[in-house]
Ligand binder design. Structure first.
Ligand SMILES: [Fe+2]
Ligand SMILES: [Fe+2]
Length: 381
């Protein structure tokens, strides 16, 4: 509905349809855009505009956006510190493994506990950190990301604390065996030959052997590590297990492992967007994953998982910052770009509480690759 109001009542988030009365001294103008800053309001005043016509339906939508407080910088910094301290611990342990030192893996429970506290206090920022693209130290970050994503997913599945702790541990060390694989194979730019792949496939058995016998490393952790490349159709490795034979931890690790690998840059491929990764995983769900578990994963992380760069139907763009399990296609989005992709004052938009576009609200129109647009998502979360 259109409503004329004095410029003094104009607020950030309102949609200005028009101003002016069509005379030469006061020509009719149709900005048809949201007010993004106080500077725009000041500009109207400087131009001598007395009244503006606003679209109240669109304005209330933006007001809903503005009411949601943005994630605080402090939360982000705390999450960053948790992620970095766990990463440096993982790097330290893995490098010792590579150098052949005897490692006390159980010390890593401290790092797992730190990670669990981080996820408890700040799950959204922790997930977002796992989805930033860092190509150089993939193997280390991947280990931590699998632990982190498994923790969040396990929590969503209703696992209790001690079980979650063991699952996070299994995630952290699921690929520890890779640190015994020759570097020329592990870091080979390009795809592996058949023979090299056969060598690489040993990493799950090597990891199992490295961890076996250490106090505090239970059977469910060992099986999770050993079986994380087993598939539902019995075509995985190392044992070609059937769906029923796969243990509960490895069912979870298989999903988060593939999701993290797809959404990461590798020597031979660029990262898929989180949304593309989910689509690809759905096409493999019958042969790769335990029945119904991928659907639970999507319930937990959404169809547009955190870190996705999306265009909304009002053509503004932003980053998905938090999934909404009750509505997987309508997450919380930090809208930071105008329709012309110009950075704007960020606004939090909880799509799960916003009407659909058919009802005068807004939907996600599509998912974009921010890097093809020279946008670094890291700066906008
Ligand atoms: Fe692996
Ligand atoms: Fe992995």
């Amino acid at each position: 509905m259109l409503k004329e109001i004095p410029v003094s009542q104009l607020q950030i988030g309102m949609f200005v349809e028009a101003h002016g009365d069509g005379t030469l001294a006061n020509p009719l103008c149709h900005p048809r855009d949201y007010v993004h800053s106080q500077a725009q309001i000041n500009q109207f005043m400087a131009l001598g505009v007395m009244k503006v016509t606003v679209d109240t339906a669109k304005s209330s939508l933006q007001a809903t956006k503005a009411q949601n407080p943005p994630f605080s910088r402090q939360d982000r910094e705390v999450a960053r510190k948790v992620y970095s301290s766990c990463l440096s611990h993982a790097m330290d342990v893995m490098q010792k493994v590579r150098q052949g030192f005897t490692v006390d893996f159980t010390q890593s429970y401290d790092a797992v506990d730190t990670l669990m506290t981080g996820v408890e206090e700040n799950p959204a920022h922790m997930v977002l950190l796992s989805k930033l693209h860092h190509y150089d130290d993939y193997t280390f970050r991947h280990s931590l990301n699998v632990s982190l994503l498994a923790l969040i997913f396990g929590k969503h599945l209703g696992m209790e604390q001690q079980e979650l702790r063991r699952l996070a541990f299994a995630g952290l060390y699921h690929d520890v065996g890779k640190f015994k694989i020759p570097l020329e194979i592990l870091n080979k730019p390009g795809r592996l030959s058949e023979r090299e792949f056969e060598v690489m496939k040993h990493h799950s058995i090597i990891g199992y052997e490295l961890l076996k016998g250490h106090p505090g490393i239970s059977e469910d952790i060992l099986l999770g590590v050993l079986h994380h490349h087993e598939r539902s159709d019995g075509k995985g490795y190392p044992r070609q297990l059937t769906m029923e034979e796969k243990d509960p931890f490895s069912r979870i690790l298989t999903i988060v492992d593939i999701f993290d690998a797809l959404t990461s840059d590798r020597t031979y491929k660029k990262a898929f967007t989180p949304h593309e990764s989910i689509k690809a995983m759905f096409s493999w769900r019958n042969e790769s994953f335990h029945p119904g578990l991928l659907e639970k994963f999507v319930e937990c992380f959404g169809i547009y998982p955190p870190g996705s760069f999306v265009r909304l139907t009002d053509q503004t763009c932003g980053v998905v910052v938090e999934a909404r399990p009750e509505s997987p296609a309508r997450p919380l989005v930090k809208v930071s770009f105008s329709r012309k992709l110009i950075p704007q004052l960020p606004i939090m938009l909880d799509l799960s509480e916003t009407p659909r576009s058919a009802d005068g609200g807004v939907d996600i129109e599509n998912c974009l690759d921010p890097r093809s647009l020279n946008i670094s998502v890291e700066h906008f979360i």
